[in-house]
Design a protein around this ligand. Sequence first.
Ligand code: THU
Length: 161
Amino acid sequence: MNQQEYNFSFEVFDSIDELTKADAALVSEARKVTANAYAPYSHFNVGAVAQLKNGQTVTGTNQENAAYPVGICAERVLLSSAATLFPNIAIDTMAISYDNKNGKSNHPISPCGICRQTLMEYEERVQQPIRLILSGLEGKIFIIKKASQLLPLSFGGDDLK
Ligand code: THU
């Protein structure tokens, strides 16, 4: 037997004021785009914006459904749009924010398991890491270098070979 270790570190900022101009602009846009979410069931509006390597930006918001499992997270709405509008273009950074209409929006949220899997597939298909900036409408901000760091021991395309 030998013990394996998985190390993961990420950056923590006290507020948007500590970010670079470019990162702050993405966070502001992610916060703004939460207004386009369709979340009449959870009242938890999520917004995401991606800066692509070709200079374009793409946004996504969560889109819910009366049949609850049909709803889609903001991150996957964004990834589907980006892949369709700009096929094979890598995503440099994705900022994710939320507006919890039933409570506070003052700490970062992290992508759900299905979104982590989808983010990892995107990194694989374009062979580039996706940097994540996680935040609420206010408060601390986390920056993660590579989305797939959130999914250790993952299952991927190579396992099917
Ligand atoms: N949601 C997202 O869109 N992204 C996340 O990272 C977490 C959760 C959505 C799904 C659902 O519409 C609502 O937030 C509450 O879970």
